[in-house]
Design a protein around this ligand. Sequence first.
Ligand SMILES: Nc1ncnc2c1ncn2[C@@H]1O[C@H](COP(=O)(O)OP(=O)(O)OP(=O)(O)O)[C@@H](O)[C@H]1O
Ligand SMILES: Nc1ccn([C@H]2C[C@H](O)[C@@H](COP(=O)(O)O)O2)c(=O)n1
Length: 231
Amino acid sequence: MENGAARTAPAVIVAIDGPSGTGKSSTSKAVAAQLGLSYLDTGAQYRAITWWMVSNGIDITDPTAIAAVAGKPEIVSGTDPSAPAISVDGTDVAGPIRTQEVTSKVSAVSAVPEVRARITELQRSIAAGAEDGIVVEGRDIGTTVLPDADLKIFLTASPEARAARRSGELKGADVRATREALLKRDAADSSRKTSPLAKADDAVEVDTSDLTLQQVIECVVTLVEEKRAAE
Ligand SMILES: Nc1ncnc2c1ncn2[C@@H]1O[C@H](COP(=O)(O)OP(=O)(O)OP(=O)(O)O)[C@@H](O)[C@H]1O
Ligand SMILES: Nc1ccn([C@H]2C[C@H](O)[C@@H](COP(=O)(O)O)O2)c(=O)n1
């Protein structure tokens, strides 16, 4: 190595997309922490703007009303994988954005083009500022937000596996009702006109149905390391 300069791994941008409950957040956080990368949960940003709309009495069934105020809330996302944080106008909303009310309304709010344009711009600027690289998870990262990402992963899992995982989280939740709610949200997210949930043509698909979380993490870490070695 010339002049004794330390060899550092090049900044890498990893896009992880997929339907609900496939393990995007758990995997992305662990991979980012293991590889010293930043982490961005884009679903949390759409939940945050939905929370703001609900808190301010905006009619969620009216896309024009949503579009008119889409630029108002200031959303700030932390990128430390060991302490994910999200605030709206200075209020910590990490808890409130996970309520059933926000979950049931987030697909409608995130389908509005003005909302997507605003959040996409924010996501690109966060990714551009991540000096050591970043893992960004969501629904349209590989297709729309970061089409030049170094590595794109698309996680899948059977509806049964996903419902069982989510019901385990929401202790006592009915698995069949959870499955139906997941499928309803997937259908809405996949069928919207603006940047729907979709696998990029150059994404690596990983079916996590029969893999443990640890196996999925190892698989993605290996893919990132292979990518870095090839550059
Ligand atoms: N391979 C796996 N095996 C078993 N459980 C898993 C696996 N991957 C994730 N889980 C668990 O499934 C639940 C959902 O995972 P996670 O939140 O990471 O999914 P997600 O794709 O980010 O979902 P969403 O898009 O709804 O936020 C969590 O409780 C997580 O611990
Ligand atoms: N890139 C993204 C990320 C998320 N959304 C929408 C669609 C999801 O139903 C919702 C919540 O995401 P989750 O927290 O479950 O990952 O946000 C999107 O449209 N685009």
